[in-house]
Design a protein around this ligand. Structure first.
Ligand code: NDP
Ligand code: MG
Ligand code: MG
Length: 340
């Protein structure tokens, strides 16, 4: 089994360093607040006029513009959206890094696909929490942690490895477990996971199930409850105790259908296309497409976002969530349900 680092395996080197967290979005707010609550000295780096600036100040953090923040810091974590990082890195970060600094990323895309180039006298590392930033923060507040990957891209000082691990501990990830990887492995598996399974595969599976029922004449609301809403309950069981825990909790009928129908849905054709998706990631073809898409102003990306938002599954879901929210506000046990 791969070595999983826990809190006891890791030192507190990070608490001795001045840390710049660039960006205050999903990951940025979680890193900055978790590090601060772990006793670290943090400044958030943003641009004047950023909507995030007042949010970071309200959270009690010091905020400054990126060049100034990088000059002050010894450890810099880049948490801007991946597609915004290259010009900001080139113009505002790289010129202000000093020999012996540690430059960190939370996803390897721009380093692995050569969209940024970190100066040779600067250490390079990766700390990639395996989950959304808001969950990274809430787990930390509950005294728990989110698992993370770490990698050392360059260790010019000889201290990078300990410091990268210590950063992962500072954001709470060593409470769950931290696993060593490389920029290549993290980048390729992260892109594959989100495309084939977590985001792309799952959204397409949910929509296909929903549409199949609706096309067959069943009520859309019922199709939504069955194919989308119930997923959370199923995933919670898998998260708790694997597929076995889910299969223990569902009926024997559901379990039997799982074994017989699952392989018909995800058949060899799907596996073959998953291998093609992986090959496009490994060859850099996906990266090139995404970089060019952004250079073109994201016109296809924004069109797809708009079209997907208008899908019937989203409209039905929004209506049902609004009803559930109304229900939750009405007094418990009230026979009238609080409705007029
Ligand atoms: P977000 O989109 O949530 O955060 C963007 C932040 O960057 C905002 O504070 C935004 O400010 C700021 N920003 C945008 N452009 C600039 C700029 N030109 N100069 C300065 N600040 C700017 O990003 P994510 O947290 O999703 O992603 C950050 C990194 O973390 C990425 O590398 C991503 O791959 C990685 N990651 C993300 C995960 C996630 O949970 N989302 C999971 C694991 C890794 P403003 O408010 O002004 O827009
Ligand atoms: Mg990702
Ligand atoms: Mg059922």
């Amino acid at each position: 089994m791969a070595r999983v680092y826990r809190e006891g395996d890791i030192g507190n080197e990070i608490a001795q360093k001045r840390i710049a967290v660039l960006g205050f979005g999903s990951q940025g707010h979680a890193h900055a607040l978790n590090l601060r609550d772990s006793g670290c000295e943090v400044t958030v780096g943003l641009y004047r006029g950023s909507a995030s600036w007042p949010k970071a100040e309200e959270a009690g953090l010091r905020v400054a513009e990126i060049p100034e923040t990088v000059r002050w810091a010894e450890v810099v974590m880049m948490l801007l959206p991946d597609e915004r990082q290259p010009p900001v890195f080139r113009e505002q970060v790289a010129p202000n890094l000093a020999e012996g600094n540690l430059m960190l990323f939370a996803h390897g895309f721009n380093v692995h696909f050569n969209q940024v180039s970190v100066p040779p006298e600067v250490d390079l590392g990766l700390v990639a929490p395996k989950g959304p930033g808001h969950v990274l923060r809430s787990l930390y507040e509950e005294g728990k942690g989110m698992p993370a990957l770490f990698a050392v891209g360059r260790d010019a000082t000889g201290q990078a490895r300990d410091l990268v691990l210590s950063y992962a501990k500072g954001i709470g990830c060593a409470r769950a477990g931290v696993l060593e990887t490389t920029f290549a492995e993290e980048t390729e598996t992260d892109l594959f996971g989100e495309q084939a399974v977590l985001c792309g595969g799952l959204s397409a599976l949910l929509k296909a199930g929903f549409e199949t029922l609706v096309e067959a004449g069943y009520q859309p609301e019922l199709a939504y409850y069955e194919c989308v809403n119930e997923l959370k309950l199923i995933v919670d069981l898998i998260y708790e105790g694997g597929l076995a825990r889910m299969r223990y909790s569902v009926s024997n009928t559901a379990e039997y259908g799982d074994y017989t129908a699952g392989p018909k849905v995800i058949d060899e054709g799907v596996r073959e296309r998953m291998r093609e998706i992986l090959a496009d990631i490994q060859s850099g073809r996906f990266a090139k497409e995404w970089v060019l898409e952004n250079q073109a102003g994201g016109s296809s990306f924004l069109a797809m976002r708009r079209r997907e938002a208008e899908h019937m599954v989203e409209k039905v879901g929004a209506e049902l969530r609004a009803l559930a929210a109304e229900g939750a506000q009405s007094p418990a046990g009230s026979p009238a349900g609080g409705e007029s």
